[in-house]
Design a protein around this ligand. Structure first.
Ligand code: FMN
Length: 340
């Protein structure tokens, strides 16, 4: 039977046009990158994880981390923390940003986060995880117009404590509207292979929409995950870095069975546009440094990519980037409207 696998998604009352999402990626999924991903067809996006403790202690200092992109009609802000009271207060502070969802991080493996009991540390304490979800749901009702509260889990802490189902049930009972599952354990970090059978199992056992995450590097991976697991949506992460085209390609594959790869010039122009957007938020110097790692990804596998990368990693100004890319054959001057 033909399965229509590109489809809309409902998260409580929130209606999303399609089921190809951008996951939270610390150090990458900022406003500039999210905007570019949306241009390419991402149907929902998340900020990177934001510390509830820092938000509550310092107030909204880094508003830029919280703000939506100019073209971002719907987005979720992700919080992490291990104290229900602090998480309640932090969620309340999101009111000026009007996010369409608040996501709770229960998957971060970083020792600094885990040792406070937050991130994937929450999966070792399911009752606390439930209290955190309940607190954020209450805060959403009190301060955010009852936007959906979602949670992002891993499969479990380690191979011997796979508890994604227990944690999902507890989260659902506490009022969560959706579960994203990165099908790796905390011990795996980002290594090894993700186990999609966990996603399939969860989809078959809970009624909440389940978003699948783990090892989505090509449009075909996304199609396979949707078909194999029947998850409601897929969430790209590393596969989107330097390759935001993965959203348009995936959408095209799911709808038509085929897609077109972007040519080198489109890749570089998109990277350059991301640089300019990032500079508006972070300033030119930081943006130029930050974009080095991104350009390594944008130029991966490109003819002449290695010498180009060697030059771009020394670029300190937007003008320097422009000159290097111009020499590669792009006209980024803006004088030729067809190229701007
Ligand atoms: C550099 C990096 C930063 C990440 N930051 C976050 C984060 O802030 N919050 C979160 O829930 N997941 C985070 N993740 C996990 C991703 O959202 C995703 O679940 C994971 O990378 C698995 O997908 P992939 O194998 O397709 O990359 C991060 C992953 C990477 C590689």
């Amino acid at each position: 039977m033909f399965l229509n696998i590109y489809h809309s998604v409902m998260i409580d009352a929130l209606s999303l046009e399609g089921n190809v999402f951008l996951g939270p990626i610390a150090g990458y999924s900022d406003r500039s990158f999210r905007s570019i991903c949306i241009e390419q067809g991402a149907n929902f996006t998340f900020t990177e994880l934001i510390s509830s403790e820092a938000l509550v202690r310092n107030g909204v200092k880094s508003a830029v981390l919280l703000r939506r992109g100019d073209n971002e009609k719907q987005y979720g802000i992700q919080l992490f923390g291990a104290d229900p009271v602090v998480m309640y207060k932090a969620a309340a502070l999101l009111a000026p940003y009007h996010p369409e969802a608040v996501d709770i991080n229960a998957g971060c493996p970083v020792p600094k986060v885990v040792k406070t009991g937050a991130g994937s540390g929450l999966m070792r304490n399911p009752p606390l995880l439930g209290q955190i979800v309940a607190a954020v749901v209450k805060s959403s009702q009190d301060h955010l117009g009852s936007v959906p509260v979602t949670i992002k889990l891993r499969s479990g802490w380690d191979e011997g404590s796979i508890n994604y189902y227990e944690c999902s049930r507890i989260a659902a009972d506490a009022g969560a509207a959706l579960v994203s599952l990165h099908a790796r354990t905390r011990t795996q970090g980002y290594g090894g292979k993700s186990d999609w059978s966990h996603i399939k199992d969860l989809v078959s056992r809970i009624t909440l929409p389940v978003i699948g995450s783990g090892d989505l590097f090509t449009p075909e991976d996304a199609e396979n995950m949707l078909r194999e697991t029947r998850c409601a949506a897929v969430m790209f992460a590393r596969g989107a870095i330097g390759n935001p085209f993965i959203f348009s390609m995936t959408r095209s594959l799911l709808l038509t069975g085929a897609y077109i790869l972007p040519d080198p010039s489109e890749r570089l122009k998109t990277g350059f546009r991301q640089l300019r957007l990032l500079a508006e938020d972070a300033g030119e110097t930081i943006a130029c440094r930050e974009m080095r790692k991104q350009f390594c990804a944008y130029t991966r596998g490109m003819p002449g990519g290695a010498p180009l990368r060697n030059r771009l990693v020394h670029a300190e100004t937007i003008e320097a980037y422009r000159q290097i890319l111009d020499q590669y054959g792009l006209d980024l001057s803006g004088k030729n409207p067809a190229n701007s």
